[in-house]
Ligand binder design. Structure first.
Ligand code: SF4
Length: 539
């Protein structure tokens, strides 16, 4: 018996040795009164008796507060665009912006028959002072030509960093001209770092660019692809996650047409409109694509999570329900039974060593939500969690949409997408799709709050000071976060698991991924080293 066998993976009530209300006060007390009032709106304690609990999110960080966000360029190039492996990605900007886009998230890519694989390349126009003064368009055109001559990629992307927008280089025209000249798709993304309050704006810009230029475009035909076909949206193949997900999907008889964007190819992306269902993993970074594909081509979408044994099983059952095919459902149940038993046999002894431990999680879009299920599989309770760049719907659920125009949406083009009169095609019986929508099975994401345990703390866009306060007071056994706070956390004698790039581990998705995660977390939490580290406040 695993910790939660029910269909709803609700998490348990949090218990603390200290009063969490005192902790939240302590977190904001050093700030000036106005800032403290602002930050308090980002800190919420889960109270299931309050209908529609609200949290402040996706607003600019108060200057002077050290947080763990990144820029719109990072969201566009680093998260969504970069993992396409047979595509050459050119960064138009100074080399400094490009450096950390070089394999930072450990996205993996498998070369196809043509052998093209540019995952480990970092290509930049390396703008200098003279380019800033006289314009960098000439240099960019030269870089696209040179990149094409050397690599002969299947497509090229151009992502812009801050100076490009400030001097007004017309990268869209360069992309258009070079597409005609080279005969391959060259797509430009105006994702200058300053465009949003966080990397989130960059995800939206990336989605728009791919939707306009790739989905259903290029060599793509509209010929139906037989069988149970899906796209994986918001799955970035960190540490090989997609490989484990696809292994299980294939075993069930489900065919993945395209992944946006882990292990993704240009060719597959152009055919994405032919899939019968979109599976949305990271809601924040890609819900735009799911909605636009449904509006234009009629592909429905459902929110899934592949992180955690029970969560993955639940997601597979969702796919079975959508296709509503007896043989497929039976096959999926057989695969679940076999895979869960194998994973559980390995996890059970580890769970005994981890049972009762606590975690706090501060990760990007959906990971702070998804990983709570995997920690629960291991007997670890999440006592505080939050996102770096979420919007309110990621916490409160899509029922709060549409949100008012915010700092991001002012800067990001809102595409007007309409039903394609010739290519729109329902992939399932319309009455069935309607029924599933009414049930909240399709087009719905409940958000993190409703699934958090009572009294659990939720903190949006946490600062280093707030995180340090949490660690001192709540004394978690592990923190899941990113590189910007990893060593701050470990200096407190608390192990940190990076959930942006998995350190050197993975895959962590799917059934075998859960086993890998269990071993990794066991090794961290139960490592005697931590007893030797004296936290600064203990001196
Ligand atoms: S904020 Fe601008 S200058 Fe800084 S890394 Fe991002 S794109 Fe580059």
């Amino acid at each position: 018996m695993t910790p939660h066998d029910s269909d709803t993976l609700k998490l348990e009530k949090a218990t603390y040795e200290v009063d969490p209300k005192d902790v939240t006060k302590e977190m904001v007390s050093p700030y000036p009164a106005k800032v403290a009032r602002k930050r308090a709106k980002h800190i919420v304690m889960r109270d299931p008796s309050i209908e529609g609990q609200e949290i402040q999110a996706n607003v600019r960080t108060v200057p002077g507060i050290l947080n763990t966000r990144h820029c719109a360029f990072a969201g566009c190039k680093g998260v969504v665009v970069g993992p396409f492996g047979d595509v050459l990605h050119i960064v138009h900007g100074p080399v400094g912006c490009s450096y950390y886009t070089w394999m930072t998230r450990r996205n993996q890519y498998r070369s196809r028959e043509d052998g093209k694989n540019y995952m480990s390349y970092c290509v930049t126009t390396d703008m200098q002072d003279s380019d800033i003064v006289f314009g960098g368009v000439k240099k960019l055109r030269q870089a696209v030509q040179e990149g094409y001559d050397i690599f002969k990629p299947n497509a090229i992307t151009i992502t812009a960093t801050c100076p490009v927008g400030l001097i007004g280089d017309d990268i869209q025209t360069v992309a258009k001209e070079m597409t005609e000249e080279l005969g391959i798709s060259v797509v430009a993304f105006n994702c200058e770092g300053y465009k949003g309050v966080s990397q989130s704006a960059g995800h939206h810009i990336a989605n728009n660019g791919f939707f306009k230029n790739w989905v259903g475009e290029g060599e793509a035909t509209d010929e139906e692809i037989e069988g149970f076909t899906v796209n994986l949206l918001g799955e970035y193949n960190i540490g090989g996650d997609s490989y484990e997900i696809e292994r299980v999907l294939e075993k069930c008889g489900i065919n993945v047409i395209a992944t946006f964007s882990g292990d993704g190819t240009y060719d597959a992306a152009t055919k994405a409109h032919l899939a019968k269902l979109n599976l949305v993993m990271c809601h924040r970074s890609i819900n735009y694509m799911a909605e636009m594909m449904e509006t234009k081509f009629g592909v429905p979408w459902t929110k899934v999570s592949f992180i955690g044994v029970q969560a993955f099983a639940k997601s597979l059952r969702k796919v079975a329900r959508f296709f509503n095919d007896e043989a497929l459902t039976q096959r999926i149940e057989e695969v679940i039974a076999e895979e869960v038993a194998a994973a559980e046999a390995e996890i059970a002894p580890i769970r005994e060593r981890l049972q009762g431990k606590s975690a706090i999680l501060f990760v990007g879009g959906s990971r702070a939500h998804h990983y709570q299920d995997l920690f629960a599989d291991l007997g670890i309770k999440t006592i505080a969690a939050g996102y770096e760049f979420a919007h309110r719907d990621d916490y409160e659920g899509r029922q709060v949409l549409p949100l008012k125009v915010d700092a991001d949406s002012r800067n990001v083009e809102e595409l007007r997408v309409e039903k394609d009169p010739e290519r729109y095609k329902l992939t399932a019986d319309p009455a069935w799709v309607e029924q599933l929508k009414e049930e909240g099975f399709l087009n719905r994401y409940e958000g993190m709050i409703s699934e958090m345990g009572e009294d659990t703390l939720m903190i949006d866009d946490i600062s280093h000071h707030e995180l340090e306060t949490l660690i001192k007071r709540l004394k978690p056994d592990i923190v899941g976060s990113g590189i910007k706070d990893k060593y701050v956390i470990e200096k407190f004698g608390v192990p940190c698991k990076q959930l942006h790039n998995y350190d050197y581990g993975g895959p962590f998705a799917g059934f075998q991924g859960a086993v890998n995660f269990a071993k990794d977390i066991d090794m961290r939490i139960n490592n005697p080293t931590w007893k030797l580290v004296k936290a600064p406040w203990q001196n």
